[in-house]
Design a protein. Structure first.
Length: 146
């Protein structure tokens, strides 16, 4: 007795014959059909976050250097006022880096979400609108009757 449900029959895609009658790749079958779009989306995402990550890493290196300098200065501080000045300077730099991180993170989030937040037909229109913003209406000047 032969088994018509052999492993090779179960693994074959349902209907993947090409125009020449030869079976098409298994990667064109249902489980793999959307992978091209997924890979393209991931590639676009990685390209979008690359400048953000480079700037973030630069700020982290700057933060480490500032912390090292602050600790060195605290060890050599002659009095509490000098130590406070060193800490205040370190904190100001940390706050500036935090604000820049937050600003960049918000801009990155909006830029990544922008293409997927609108219906497909409107996605290109947003980029065109950013490139060519509409002019503000000019006020009408009318002469008053005396």
């Amino acid at each position: 007795m032969t088994n018509s449900n052999s492993r090779s029959d179960r693994m074959a895609p349902a209907s993947t014959a090409g125009s020449d009658g030869q079976p098409a790749s298994r990667f064109e079958s249902a489980p793999f059909a959307g992978l091209g779009g997924l890979v393209a989306a991931q590639s676009a995402l990685l390209e979008a976050i690359e400048p953000f990550t480079e700037e973030w890493m630069r700020r982290r290196q700057e933060a480490m250097a500032a912390a090292r300098d602050a600790l060195s200065g605290l060890r050599e501080a002659e009095n509490p006022v000098a130590a406070w000045s060193i800490l205040q300077s370190w904190w100001a730099g940390a706050a500036e880096r935090f604000v820049q991180d937050s600003t960049d993170c918000m801009a990155l989030s909006l830029s990544v979400l922008d293409p997927v937040s609108r219906p497909r037909g409107q996605r290109g229109e947003a980029a065109a609108a950013k490139a060519n913003p509409p002019e503000a209406p000019r006020p009408q000047v009318t002469a008053r009757a005396a």
